[in-house]
Design a protein. Sequence first.
Length: 50
Amino acid sequence: MRFEILRLDDIDGTPVDRTVVDAASVNGIVRQAASIGQRIWIRPADSTAS
């Protein structure tokens, strides 16, 4: 399964960057975001996302 990860703006929460990763990569991205206090939104990627 693939997931879309959106990096959110610190002030208003709007998406500023996105990436699509496989399930194995999600844990590392979450840990990295947590270590620097970055806000992210994770959702299943549709079949057309890249």
